[in-house]
Design a protein around this ligand. Structure first.
Ligand code: GLA
Ligand code: ZN
Length: 670
């Protein structure tokens, strides 16, 4: 067990620079009451600390840092590079972005810098150098928070030029590039590098976010993700040049589409992320995002931001109900968070976030529901310092999540516009969530041998080496679940010509001859051998059995009676192929079979509607038992007589957990 923090960081984004000096002491008093021990500062202060091209002014920042040091805070130090100062855009318009429609932007908003602007890079390096030289030695600086929520895209001329360089490196020759993008199609062959145009609304863009050449657009996504990663690395390397031991991160956004976080995770010392579900986001979805954020680095992460109460940027910014923020924080910890941090500590008076919740609300004092709940949690967390930081979670089930597939699946024109990558992954994840079966979310190049069951939904793009690795895994006894829209294209979005599902064909033991697309009002049915029937929709693969056996068949249309779900024994293991988007009942039935084949067991044997998950220290297992249901749920009998760490009391048999109740139970290894 490798521990990043000595204790749980509890705090969040703190912007005293937006407030008169008199208020700061009041802040310190109240935060102490709430058990807050960490502050994330200087996230959006570029214009303040560099008011003009030649002038740097750290005097206010010095005061903030001194105060936090006096109060013994952990400082999460922002670098301020996520919002451009006005003077820079005025003098060097190239630092601003050009959008997908080709409009070059003026000064405004944030997350607004062109990642390939040499001017932006120059000023970033200069600023970060000064910050790290000035504050790097300070022992209270626990962690560096680079930029903020990297994301978005730029389609400017600097980016176009950089894209060509990136492509030259990737493809070497134009012949390779023409072939990879299949530019013979519509006569788009290019004969010199500078004929390559970036893909936006003015070039290859089609309606509905589709594109005439998905291969180009996927490469542009890869390039944008890499460009921003280069920006991040520039800051990180600058910090490390002066402070080689510094802990450096940047806040990610869960399933955010724009950046390949598996690639990014290799460059951060610890993953941190911002969790902003909306009022109706399923709890299983939150859990999945946490598992993904743990999965990208296989390490505990920082919950860098969440709101203590409401947000401002959703369509409906509901309050978190009493107890909800607490339960949600424990859920984050259950899935790998070592910190609980809020956006933000004091609510703004103006700007678009004035209705965003904060630890200190506009009332300005501590007699609020939100403050009391924050303080309760802060004081509880003190009891968990010995258990949480660094404790790990491993699982025997791996669900593949892959950004190349995310981009490719959603760019491709046909067969169905409603097919959404994350939704599909979540449908599978939800099954395991409801069963309390622990899951790791894994990349396509993971070592599959660590798992007994690998789930690969919509593995549309099969990159080099992946099919071989999956075959090896199944041959040695693993169980694989895959299905429709899998095995179709290579890394450049060109179809495998060996019959669908391409490189997965022998592993699945089926040949898919055609793919039918069903409009929203159309349905089909999967009928299992035991008579059970359930609905299916959206896509129906028309399947021929090769070595697989049929598990279920369709019941209508011209392919009625043909297989919809199959199972193929392969080596010591087996592959399930699910040829259609199944209703929950049918999917559960199939996954039950796969779980039985793979001999997977849930965290506890008892069936329950409680969320039960765990982390492990070197000496035992920490169970998190949370009720996210409206109705009370009974404590599973195996926990009766055990001690709840939060309240330090022995749990009684038959105990009813109300909505948002949490129990944390540590059981030593035998
Ligand atoms: C993001 C940003 C924060 C803040 C919050 C509001 O996560 O990182 O600066 O704007 O959203 O929800
Ligand atoms: Zn640009």
């Amino acid at each position: 067990m490798k521990q990043t923090f000595k204790k749980i960081l509890y705090g969040g984004d703190y912007n005293p620079n937006q407030w008169p000096r008199e208020i700061w002491d009041e802040d310190m008093r109240m935060f102490q009451k709430a058990g807050i021990n960490s502050a994330t500062i200087n996230v959006f202060s570029w214009a303040k600390i560099q008011p003009s091209e030649e002038v740097y002014n750290f005097s206010e920042l010095n005061q903030i840092v001194s105060m936090l040091c006096r109060e013994n805070y952990n400082i999460v130090f922002g670098t301020s590079t996520a919002a451009l100062p006005a003077w820079m855009v005025k003098r060097y318009p190239e630092v601003a972005r050009t959008d997908y429609e080709g409009r070059h932007h003026k000064f405004g908003q944030r997350h607004n810098a062109c990642p390939n602007s040499p001017v932006y890079q120059k000023y970033v390096k200069e600023l970060v150098t000064r910050l790290v030289k000035h504050y790097g030695d300070n022992e209270h600086v626990t962690c560096w928070h680079v930029n903020n929520e990297y994301g978005g895209e730029c389609y400017c001329e600097n980016c176009e030029k950089a894209f060509r360089v990136w492509l030259r490196k990737k493809y070497g020759t134009l012949a390779n590039l023409n072939k990879a993008w299949n530019l013979e199609f519509w006569g788009h062959t290019v004969y010199s590098w500078d004929e390559i145009v970036l893909p936006n609304a003015l070039s290859e863009g089609l309606e509905d976010d589709r594109t005439a050449f998905a291969g180009i657009s996927i490469d542009y996504h890869r390039f944008m993700s890499d460009s921003m990663l280069e920006n991040y690395k520039l800051e990180r390397d600058t910090i490390k040049q002066y402070q080689p031991e510094a802990l450096v991160t940047t806040n990610m956004m869960g399933t955010y589409k724009g950046l390949d976080y598996f690639k990014w995770a290799k460059e951060v010392d610890i993953v941190s992320w911002d969790n902003y579900p909306s009022y109706n986001t399923p709890w299983s979805y939150n859990a999945m995002c946490h598992d993904l954020m743990r999965g990208v680095k296989k390490m505990p992460f920082m919950l860098m931001e969440q709101t203590p109460s409401q947000q401002n940027w959703q369509p409906y910014n509901s309050l978190k109900r009493p107890g909800q923020m607490r339960a949600q924080s424990y859920q984050a910890m259950a899935h790998g968070a070592d910190t609980i941090q809020f956006f933000q500590l004091r609510r703004s008076v103006g700007g678009c976030e004035k209705f965003h919740g904060a630890v200190i609300e506009h009332a300005g004092h501590e007699n609020t529901r939100v403050f009391r709940e924050v303080a309760q949690l802060g004081n509880e967390l003190k009891k968990l310092n010995g258990y949480i930081p660094g404790s790990v979670k491993e699982a025997k089930v791996g669900i593949i999540f892959d950004w190349d597939n995310y981009w490719a699946l959603e760019y491709t024109s046909g067969p169905h516009k409603d097919l959404k990558y994350v939704e599909q992954i979540h449908q599978y994840y939800e099954y395991f969530y409801k069963k309390n079966i622990a899951v790791n979310i894994i990349p396509t190049d993971d070592n599959f041998e660590q798992y007994d069951l690998v789930i690969a939904p919509v593995l549309y793009m099969v990159k080099e080496g992946v099919a071989d690795a999956l075959e090896k895994f199944v041959r040695r006894g693993g169980t694989l679940v895959t299905g429709f829209m899998s095995g179709l294209v290579d890394q450049s979005d060109n179809v495998y010509l060996s019959g669908y599902p391409g490189p997965l064909r022998s592993l699945a033991g089926v040949w898919v001859e055609e793919i039918d697309a069903l409009a929203p009002e159309q349905k089909n049915t999967v009928a299992f051998k035991d008579g059970m029937k359930a609905g299916c929709r959206m896509l129906c693969d028309i399947i021929h059995l090769e070595s697989a056996e049929m598990i279920a068949e369709y019941t209508s249309d011209f392919y009625s009676g043909t297989p919809s779900v199959t199972r193929n024994p392969f080596g010591e293991g087996q592959t399930y192929y699910i040829g259609t988007v199944c209703d929950e009942e049918a999917l559960s039935k199939i996954l039950n079979m796969a779980v039985t084949d793979a001999k997977i067991s849930p965290v506890i044997d008892t069936e329950t509607q409680l969320e039960i998950t765990y982390r492990e220290t070197d000496t035992g297992r920490l169970h998190f038992v949370i009720n996210f249901k409206d109705e009370p749920q009974e404590l599973p009998p195996q926990f009766a007589g055990e001690r709840d760490l939060i309240n330090d009391e022995v749990l009684k048999e038959g105990l009813q957990l109300k909505k948002y109740d949490v129990k944390i139970i540590f059981i030593k290894f035998a």
